[in-house]
Design a protein around this ligand. Structure first.
Ligand SMILES: [Zn+2]
Ligand SMILES: [Zn+2]
Length: 879
């Protein structure tokens, strides 16, 4: 009687337990400490930090049967599943580990003893490979085990060297292979265990972690070498049960039995149907494991891998003639098979099956339409002699019908066709860009269409006048602006609900913020918008877990922010009423903006408000606040509301039924916003600025409640620190500042006088440098730091003092060169300032011009100033 898979798993663990190993429970397939890895894909992954010495355990030997998932990003890997005897998306890895305890000798002895003595595999049928440079391992196999030389193979780095990453622990490995005997079809000269003729089945890989590779690629011996081994349970079961195909082992008996029951198709009827049955068995098993470990279907990350597997499984169900959700039934059989080894599966059975079933149902609704479209496209492509399906169609299938690309590729394989990956990527990229533009509010048509569709389908009931907390169902979801069924951590979402307490931005009041939580995830709502009537979009980010359409959600508005907004909003009503009282009813509201931290009120008025008017408005509003008049809301027809004296806001659109919001007899307005129960809630209102924003439109900004208090404190603090600097009391501050300003003015005048005096003496110095030719005095000088305006004054002054002559001044000023030339009236026949300056400025990389008696220019290259002055002298004939 051969061993069952359950027995093999248990025997393996017990064997190592008996040899001092700690039996450790399989870790979740979601890696807890390695964000770079999507799924645990080997037995050593949960021990990574132990091997790296970053974490210590209270044991140095361990053994596990670890749940592993391997779904490569490349679609053809998934395509192999079901078509080959040994590809699986989920498998179990049996392993024993030594953390700096035993090394090669024991690892080799344990492995050989377990396989040949306990599992009773004939040594005749086994062969071993070692890394070609690992003489130590080769010697151990020969001398300690007595393995004949013809069963020992030396393979290269590609086959028998293992590394955790580019740097870090690494080392040679030794693999034990089952030898099915060389088939006649093998054409290899050597047919060693790297041959792919089907002769060899790798049963067990023993990794000897012995080096630490540094950045330069140099390998340093580890002080405490370690052992990591792994063997796939599915393969062991196949070998020990005498079958060549893993799917023929008892691990899959129950699963394939259920798949056959559900589909009514038997194994062996048809090769393609056998593939589908195996795909269904493999995928259902993986789905049970993933959902059991908390991965839920979504459009990103692990959730999307799960969804791809689920959809591929669904489609193979269709190939088997199943037209309703069924994967969950096969997953049920997987839980029966694996529930002893992984008891969490049993405990979560209902949840797991429910989640799988729901995502299957979702996909089933669009599957047949998508398949039909794909079938048509395939026929058309074939008719045109094309070997691939264009990327745009593949993207449409993905986007509209939820076909993962590998599903489309999988279907095409059956027609001998391929998918145009590049075209698919382009379409995907284009859509991402559209979605991004949509978030920026570009008015992109796609978004308008989506919103239109949502608004036609759903109408959110607003509960926020009565409450800030509620429970409601998620009826639609947008991820990155596009419709989605699910969203997972990090996704930017817009959530549509049946009912909501969140106020959506309108009438100047900002949208509410807060949280939305379902049983599986939590969204931080950062804004609520209403792009169309009754379409409330709760915008935010999934901060935890996943959310999906149809879930019940707990909704919680940030009450502190809402209360602050309510104070400001109600304050706006009072401000409006007081303004009309103080400056007259021609002051009409033009707009407002009410946020938790401020209020802004725009109104029509010709002149700035005087200080007195502002004070009277503030007084009026704060008297009403003190009176604490209760607010009342009535819903009336628009006409009725106006008759009762309510203020309607110009430019605002109203429906037939309007909300009339009143506070005592001070204010009555048509308004859909959220308001205080009574005016006293506002606390206090303080106007902080009054400015003009357009012709005839003024803007008041004000603060209420603690915000106003905070503002007053800040002003006080500023005044205090000014008083401190001046070392006076607050009362004396204005007088002291006035005196300071007067003193400062006096000092400025004194500075100006001194500068003129100093320029005069500087000019006298310069005059000494004048040269003379034919009675004309020629003066060229450098006066760095002088700006163009000052230079003009200096040139005038020097010209007067020369009596008859030509003056050139040049200065480096900032990064530029300033140039000016003056010629006395009597000499303008001989020297033209305008001409001279062109020549001079060109030396310093500039240009300029002017009148014959005065010209100014600029330049760039200060290093040439002296050269330019020499040029000037030459032009004047004194050089
Ligand atoms: Zn071969
Ligand atoms: Zn209002």
């Amino acid at each position: 009687m051969s061993r069952t898979a359950k027995e093999i798993r248990e025997d393996f663990l017990r064997f190592f337990e008996d040899r001092g190993h700690q039996r450790v429970k399989s870790a979740s397939v979601v890696p807890s400490s390695d964000p770079t890895l999507m799924f645990v894909n080997a037995g050593m992954v949960p021990f990574k930090r132990v091997f790296l010495g970053e974490e210590s355990r209270d044991y140095r030997r361990a053994t596990t049967a670890q749940k592993c998932i391997r779904v490569s990003g490349k679609h053809n890997d998934l395509e192999n599943v079901g078509r080959t005897p040994r590809h699986h998306t989920f498998f179990e890895m049996l392993g024993n580990f030594s953390f700096g305890d035993y090394f090669k000798l024991e690892a080799i002895e344990f492995a050989w003893e377990l396989l040949t003595e306990h599992m009773q595999i004939s040594a005749e049928n086994l062969a071993v490979s070692v890394f070609r440079d690992d003489d130590e391992a080769a010697d151990l196999w020969r001398d300690s085990i007595g393995l004949p030389g013809d069963k020992l193979y030396h393979l290269d780095e590609k086959e028998n060297f293992w590394a955790m990453g580019e740097t870090g622990p690494c080392g040679p490995c030794s693999e034990i292979h089952y030898d099915f005997g060389r088939p006649e079809s093998c054409t290899s000269e050597v047919c060693d265990p790297s041959c792919e003729c089907g002769r060899w089945l790798e049963l067990w890989n023993l990794v000897f972690m012995q080096f630490n590779r540094d950045e330069s690629g140099t390998m340093h011996p580890l002080p405490h070498p370690s052992i990591d081994t792994g063997g796939g349970l599915e393969r062991w079961a196949a070998v020990l049960q005498g079958v060549r195909n893993n799917y023929d082992s008892d691990l899959f008996t129950g699963l394939l039995g259920r798949a056959q029951d559900v589909s009514g198709v038997s194994l062996g009827e048809d090769d393609e149907k056998d593939v589908s049955l195996r795909v269904v068995a493999d995928h259902a098993r993986t789905l049970a494991i993933m959902v059991g470990d908390g991965v839920l279907p979504s459009n990103a990350g692990r959730g999307y891998v799960l969804r791809r597997i689920l959809r591929r499984g669904s489609r193979h169900g269709v190939l088997l003639g199943v037209e309703e959700p069924f994967l969950y039934k096969v997953a049920d059989a997987a839980i029966d098979e694996l529930g002893d080894a992984y008891p969490d599966l049993r405990e979560r059975r209902d949840f797991i099956l429910d989640r799988i079933k729901r995502d299957e149902e979702r996909f089933m609704t669009t599957l047949s339409k998508g398949l039909q479209l794909l079938e048509e496209e395939i026929q058309e492509a074939k008719a045109q002699g094309q070997a691939s399906l264009d990327g745009r169609t593949a993207f449409k299938l993905y986007d509209t019908f939820g076909f993962p690309l590998d599903l489309t590729a999988d279907i095409l394989v059956g027609h001998g066709m391929q998918v145009d990956q590049a075209g698919f990527d382009d379409s995907m990229q284009a859509q991402r860009e559209r979605a991004r533009a949509a978030w920026a509010g570009s008015g992109d048509e796609g978004v308008a269409e989506i919103h239109g569709r949502l608004a036609a389908q759903f109408s959110t009931r607003f509960l926020g006048y009565e409450t800030t907390e509620a429970q409601s169902r998620i009826v639609a979801l947008l991820v990155d602006g596009q419709p989605a069924e699910d969203a997972s951590e990090g996704d930017e979402v817009e959530v549509v609900l049946e009912e909501t307490p969140f106020y959506a931005e309108s009438g100047g009041q900002v949208g509410d913020r807060g949280f939305l939580s379902t049983g599986s995830g939590r969204v931080e709502i950062q804004d609520t918008q209403k792009p169309l009537d009754n379409l409330f979009l709760h915008r935010g980010v999934v901060v935890d877990g996943e959310i999906s359409v149809d879930s019940e959600a707990e909704l919680c508005v940030d009450q502190e922010l809402r209360a602050a907004t309510v104070r400001n909003h109600t304050g706006t009503h009072l401000l409006h009423a007081a303004l009309r009282e103080v400056v007259g009813s021609q002051a009409m509201q033009k707009g407002s903006r009410v946020a938790p931290n401020r209020l802004r009120f725009d109104f029509t008025h010709d002149a700035p408000l005087s200080e007195d008017e502002i004070r009277r408005i503030e007084n009026r509003v704060n008297e009403w606040i003190e009176a604490n008049s209760p607010g009342t809301t009535e819903v009336k027809s628009y006409d009725e509301a106006l008759e009762s004296g309510a203020i309607a806001i110009f430019d605002e659109k109203y429906g037939d039924q309007v909300r009339v919001v009143s506070f005592g007899d001070c204010s009555t307005e048509l308004c859909g916003g959220t308001h205080a129960r009574a005016t006293g809630d506002i606390g206090v209102l303080k106007v902080i600025s009054e400015t003009g924003i357009a012709a005839g439109v003024r803007r008041i900004e004000a603060l209420t409640g603690l915000g106003a208090l905070e503002h007053i404190r800040l002003q006080e603090k500023r005044a205090r620190s000014a008083a401190e600097v001046l070392k006076v009391s607050l009362e004396d501050l204005p007088g002291r500042v006035e005196k300071l300003v007067a003193d400062n003015r006096k000092l400025e005048r004194e500075v100006e006088r001194l500068r003129n005096a100093s320029r005069g003496s500087e000019a006298s110095d310069l005059l000494g440098g004048a040269l003379e030719i034919d009675g004309a005095k020629i003066l060229g000088a450098r006066v760095d730091g002088v700006d163009a305006k000052e230079m003009r004054g200096m040139v005038d002054d020097l010209r007067n003092r020369l009596g008859s002559g030509v003056v050139l001044l040049m200065a480096e000023h900032g990064a530029k060169v300033v140039v000016a030339i003056g010629v006395t009236k009597d000499l303008v026949g001989r020297f033209k300032a305008g001409d001279l300056i062109g020549e001079v400025a060109s030396v310093v990389g500039g240009g300029g011009g002017g009148r014959p008696d005065f010209a100014q220019a600029g330049g760039k290259d200060a290093s040439k100033i002296d050269e330019a002055i020499a040029r000037f002298h030459a032009l004047c004939g004194v050089g």
